[in-house]
Design a protein around this ligand. Structure first.
Ligand SMILES: Cc1cc2nc3c(=O)[nH]c(=O)nc-3n(C[C@H](O)[C@H](O)[C@H](O)COP(=O)(O)OP(=O)(O)OC[C@H]3O[C@@H](n4cnc5c(N)ncnc54)[C@H](O)[C@@H]3O)c2cc1C
Ligand SMILES: NC(=O)c1ccc[n+]([C@@H]2O[C@H](COP(=O)([O-])OP(=O)(O)OC[C@H]3O[C@@H](n4cnc5c(N)ncnc54)[C@H](OP(=O)(O)O)[C@@H]3O)[C@@H](O)[C@H]2O)c1
Length: 288
């Protein structure tokens, strides 16, 4: 949505003079769409600042204004959020948890189209193509809302230009927690821009491996256990991880990140960074 077209010029000078002054929200962006996936998960889209440039996979600080109990002044309450939309999208998308007593998400979960959020336009992060050496196959490993940076990277043309094969694993407790990711991946088949830029059928490069741990679904178990037993590789019909050809990005809870990091190192992969690209990168989906 074009922010300029939303600014209705004030034509009635009297009305403008008597209307209560609207508090200015710093770095304000307007919510354009909200979708609730479960009672713990929602996604939303908002306007994108014209000056915001980011690399698919990066995160920014977003939030809402709140009254400081001490000073009584309005100030922003911010949290880190992966941008779930790709770098070329004219809007921004976020995929969010709802923590019932969470300072931000207890309120953020109630946003509606037309509301304003605060967005600090300073993207950062390690889940970027620049932090990896060239390879043939890329693995995206996610739990829960850790899918968000991969929602961006799966819609990024460079992912398919750089790799012959893209494997995305997503482990959640319950089946409904997989729906956002499943719908997004299904939607790639008919994504006009990606089909045009990368070539029709680009999505056949993707292998999607969703698993649940606490509710019955077609594939149950933690991805770490499924890889250790060899079941994941057999199901996917691929060779085990090889440092010469495989690259990986990890985004999930701390225990998952640490366990998978140790496993990848056993396979011979080394951790990279923006300043020192190597074979895998890792980022927390939230602070424990
Ligand atoms: C680099 C980075 C990127 C992040 N990206 C996202 C994102 O894309 N989407 C998102 O929903 N959150 C993301 N987070 C977490 C986010 O910053 C907030 O913690 C979250 O929005 C909850 O905020 P809150 O103020 O309501 O509760 P907080 O006080 O921040 O958190 C309360 C507790 O809720 C749990 N929790 C927080 N976030 C999550 C989560 N995402 N999944 C499961 N449990 C959680 C933790 O146990 C935490 O201690 C990210 C965090 C980091 C560090
Ligand atoms: N998801 C819910 O329905 C729910 C409901 C209420 C409250 N909460 C609370 O919200 C917080 C976050 O819950 P969440 O479900 O979003 O995220 P989570 O606890 O991080 O779990 C997400 C997925 O990661 C798996 N996992 C955890 N550690 C792993 C490891 N070391 N290796 C591989 N996989 C691992 C989990 O499997 P396991 O199931 O085997 O741990 C689960 O399938 C928790 O504190 C939880 O108590 C969650």
């Amino acid at each position: 949505m074009d922010t300029m077209t939303e600014m209705t010029p004030v034509t009635d000078a009297t009305a403008a003079a008597t209307a209560p002054a609207k508090k200015a929200v710093p770095d304000a962006q307007t919510v354009t769409e909200v979708r609730h996936w479960t009672d713990r998960l929602f996604s939303f889209r908002c306007t994108r600042p014209a000056s915001l440039r980011f690399r698919s996979g990066e995160f920014v600080m977003i939030g809402l204004m709140q009254t400081d109990p001490k000073s009584g002044k309005e100030k922003p309450l911010l949290r880190a959020y992966s941008i779930a939309s790709p770098s070329w999208d004219e809007e921004l998308e976020f995929y969010s948890i709802k923590v019932q007593d969470g300072p931000l998400t207890s309120r953020l979960q109630h946003i509606q189209p037309g509301d304003e959020i605060v967005l600090r336009p300073k993207p950062v992060g390690t889940l970027v193509h620049d932090a990896l050496l060239p390879g043939k196959r890329i693995w995206f490993f996610a739990t829960g809302t850790g899918f968000a940076p991969f929602a961006s990277l799966l819609r990024e043309p460079q992912t398919y230009e750089d790799y012959d094969e893209v494997i995305i694993t997503h482990t959640c407790r319950e089946a409904a927690e997989l729906h956002y990711g499943a719908e997004l991946i299904e939607g790639l088949k008919t994504d006009e821009l990606l089909n045009e830029v990368i070539g029709e059928g680009f999505w056949k490069k993707i292998k999607y491996y969703p698993t649940t741990t606490r509710e019955e679904s077609p594939k149950m178990g933690r991805i770490t256990d499924l890889m250790r037993s060899g079941e994941a590789f057999r199901d996917l019909g691929v060779d085990p991880i090889n440092p010469d050809t495989d690259r990986a990005m990890i985004c999930g809870n701390l225990a998952f990140n640490l366990e998978l990091k140790a496993m990848l190192e056993e396979y011979g992969l080394e951790e990279g960074a923006n300043s020192d690209p190597k074979q895998y990168v890792v980022e927390k989906a939230f602070l424990d």
